[in-house]
Design a protein around this ligand. Structure first.
Ligand SMILES: C[S@@+](CC[C@H](N)C(=O)[O-])C[C@H]1O[C@@H](n2cnc3c(N)ncnc32)[C@H](O)[C@@H]1O
Length: 225
């Protein structure tokens, strides 16, 4: 499914979110400045797609030079990430083809694991959290940025846009119907914040919190191992 939308993924992402996605990636990266500026830090951006979250981490690191890896299991997405990194200054992230549920890294390999709009797609959320916990070092942190469902009047407007408008525009521009109909369904399937926080604490994290972004349309889950 992700391979089929890779050619138009960036265009659709920015258009359908009115470019707010850029603010969300930047805000998430800023939340982890204390790790990005640590000498020798190792960072993994899971489900990196075409790499925009990974690049936001790279930008936030500035002159510091943590090792940043982007991992995804869709080859076509990674090809685009790689092509985008060729045109950028500064040290490029490493791109790795891997399944988030079976990462090819030893235990305790990273200081930070992030995932933007990818975790929600995993077939097994608890297995995904355990795998993130496994590759994190002691006191390592994770940041999972994903969609939520805002409540109240904003929620009604958002649901109309997300369920009626977005799938049609997405299908029209990408030329494939399935993925943009799947998007609202996958957000409905994703646990509510309270449930997600309990799962984080039950699987791998001693501390867990959620910060809503833009009325809760998205939000950042933070966990500390
Ligand atoms: C909606 S895209 C998000 C991409 C990027 N992080 C962003 O913010 O634009 C979700 C990505 O998750 C990847 N993905 C889904 N399940 C995965 C898994 N089990 N292992 C690795 N990547 C996965 C897909 O291939 C896709 O590129």
């Amino acid at each position: 499914m992700f391979t089929s939308i890779a050619p138009r993924y960036d265009l659709l992402n920015h258009a359908l979110s009115f470019n707010v996605d850029r603010l969300w990636w930047g805000r998430t990266a800023r939340s982890f400045r204390h790790i990005l500026s640590r000498p020798g830090a190792r960072i993994l951006d899971l489900c990196c797609g075409t790499g925009d979250m990974t690049f936001a981490l790279r930008r936030e690191a500035g002159k510091c030079s943590p090792q940043i890896l982007g991992a995804d299991f869709a080859h076509a997405m990674l090809q685009r990430a790689w092509a985008k990194s060729a045109g950028r200054s500064g040290s490029s992230p490493y791109w790795i083809e891997a399944d988030a549920l079976k990462l090819p890294f030893p235990d305790a390999s990273f200081d930070l694991v992030t995932s933007a709009f990818g975790f929600r797609n995993l077939a097994n959320y608890d297995a995904g959290l355990r795998e993130i916990g496994r590759v994190l070092r002691a006191a390592g942190e994770c940041g999972i940025l994903d969609f939520g469902e805002p409540r109240g009047a904003m929620g009604a407007a958002y649901r109309f846009y997300f369920k009626k408008v977005l799938p049609r525009v997405g299908a029209f521009i990408s030329g494939v119907r399935g993925p943009y109909a799947y998007l609202p369904a996958s957000v409905e399937r994703f646990p509510e914040p309270e449930q997600m926080l309990s799962r984080m604490k039950a699987t791998a994290f001693t501390e867990a919190s959620w910060i809503p972004y833009t009325f809760g349309i998205a939000g950042l889950y933070r966990g500390k191992k």
